[in-house]
Every structure is written in structure tokens, then in C-alpha cells.
Design a protein around this ligand. Structure first.
Ligand code: ADP
Ligand code: ADP
Length: 225
């Protein structure tokens, strides 16, 4: 079963200057259920744009986006937003946790917004934190956590509502190499244990090699590795 399917996706930005910047051209890619795919790309290659289109945060100029067999291309905005909230988890280079709330609450809140009862939400949040090794930090605010711990909490938040597809943009890019290595291993273990499908962008070839498959984006086109 194909969880994410991009076909002929193209995107350009018109900067109000003569000519336009063609960021993505003819992108065809798919991620199967349970598959963890590395998106390897140098800076400026269009990786963030691609992930935003795959995650329904931005529209393509041409081509189609399919999630779990459904074509998302011409859906009304409200429907796209609902699918994004329910089926897609995002992780960024920076944690983007809410600073005024504890680690636990940062994972509880998205579940409450999704209609989960508080008791069940707290139980799931605590379980997720324990699985990534930060269970003892549940009551701490993000500022009291190390960079690696903050990212681990962000992983839990991304998985809070049991998405089907995980999209990650340099998820350990802010961490020093040793921490990055460990935190990345935790992420892969978590994804594999939950059977999630994932597209994870990194410019680190060693981290990419740990995934099921690697694809490379260069100047807006996918090229063979
Ligand atoms: P990456 O994540 O691979 O570094 P991006 O997808 O962020 O690349 O950007 C690819 C190219 O598109 C860059 O040249 C960038 O400057 C340009 N770009 C990205 N977003 C916008 C935007 N909103 N408006 C204009 N140009 C943009
Ligand atoms: P890292 O190995 O990621 O660089 P740090 O040296 O920042 O970690 O932190 C080491 C430990 O100290 C971590 O467990 C972290 O949660 C804890 N810690 C760091 N800053 C604070 C703080 N301001 N309040 C409470 N605990 C902290």
C-alpha cells in the first residue's frame, strides 16, 4: 500500500522579479506503508518545499499528491487541514514546543484538540515519553530540557495523534554529532516500532544509510544515488 505518492510535482516561486525560481520539477516519489525513506538534499535543493507539499502545507503548481490512496490535489482547504491534523506528523529541525507547557502537556494538547479524553491523552503522552527515554522529564518545561531531550519530546508530539505518515526536516540537525546520532537512532526505533511510514530529510549520509531507502534531491529534481 502506498502511503505517500507524489506524481509530476512542480513548484516555482514568483518573486516579483523578471523570471521565476523553479524550485521543484517533475517530482515522482512514493513511500510505502511501514517504509522509512531518506530524502538526501544539499541546502537549497528544495527539500523543505517538497516536504511542505507532501504534508499539505503548501500547494504544488502541477502534479498530484496522494495520501493513503486518496488524491489530495483538489480537496477544499478545510478537508486538507483535517487530513493533515489526523494523518500526518511533522518534525522540524527546531522543536517548536510550547514554552509555557510541560513536556507532557505538549503531547496532551494536540490529542485534546483531536477529541481524545484527557485521561487517555495523558496516558498516551507518558507512554510515548518513556519510549523515547524522557519519561522522568514529563513535568519539565522545554527550556529545562537539553536539546536532545527537546527533540525527543517533539517526536512524541508528532506521534500524539497516531498519524499514518511522518515527515521530518533535518530532525536532529540542531544537535551536536554525538547527540544527533543517539537521538536519530531513537527516532528510527520509534518509527519502526509503530509501523509508521516516514520521509526523513537529512544531509548526513551516515544517518540516511540507516533508513530503508535513500532518494536524492538536487536542484529540484530527484536523481539516482
Ligand atoms: P531546502 O529546504 O532544500 O534548503 P527550500 O525548499 O527551503 O530548500 O528552498 C528551495 C529554494 O526555493 C531556495 O532557493 C529558496 O530560496 C526558495 N524559496 C523557498 N521558499 C520560498 C518562498 N516562499 N518564496 C520564494 N522563494 C522561496
Ligand atoms: P546535552 O547532553 O543534550 O547537551 P545538557 O548538558 O544541556 O544536555 O543537559 C544535561 C542534563 O541536564 C539534561 O538531562 C537536561 O535535561 C538537564 N538540564 C539542562 N538544563 C537544565 C535546566 N535549565 N533545568 C533543569 N535541567 C536541565
Amino acid at each position: 500500500e502506498v502511503m505517500l505518492a507524489l506524481s509530476g510535482v512542480a513548484k516555482s516561486y514568483n518573486l516579483g522579479l523578471p523570471g521565476e525560481v523553479q524550485v521543484l520539477q517533475g517530482i515522482d516519489l512514493s513511500v510505502n506503508r511501514g517504509e522509512v525513506v531518506a530524502l538526501v538534499a544539499p541546502s537549497g535543493a528544495g527539500k523543505s518545499t517538497l516536504l511542505h507539499i507532501a504534508g499539505l502545507l503548501d500547494g504544488a503548481d502541477a502534479g498530484t499528491v496522494g495520501i493513503a490512496g486518496h488524491d489530495m490535489t483538489d480537496l477544499p482547504d478545510a478537508k486538507r487541514t483535517a487530513i493533515r491534523r489526523q494523518d500526518i506528523g511533522f518534525i522540524y529541525q527546531f522543536h517548536h514546543l510550547l514554552p509555557e507547557f510541560s513536556a507532557l502537556e505538549n503531547i496532551v494538547l494536540p490529542q485534546l484538540a483531536n477529541g481524545v479524553a484527557r485521561k487517555a491523552a495523558v496516558s498516551r503522552a507518558q507512554d510515548l515519553l518513556e519510549r523515547v527515554g524522557v519519561g522522568a522529564r514529563a513535568t519539565h518545561r522545554p527550556a529545562a530540557l537539553s536539546g536532545g531531550e527537546q527533540q525527543r519530546v517533539a517526536f512524541c508530539r508528532a506521534l500524539a495523534n497516531e498519524p499514518r505518515l511522518l515527515l521530518a526536516d533535518e530532525p536532529t540537525g540542531n544537535l551536536d554529532p554525538a547527540t544527533s546520532e543517539q537521538v536519530f537512532a531513537t527516532l528510527i526505533d520509534l518509527v519502526k516500532a509503530t509501523g509508521l511510514s516516514a520521509l526523513i530529510a537529512t544531509h548526513n549520509m551516515e544517518l540516511a544509510a540507516r533508513m530503508d531507502r535513500q532518494i536524492r534531491l538536487e536542484s529540484g529534481k530527484l536523481v539516482a544515488l
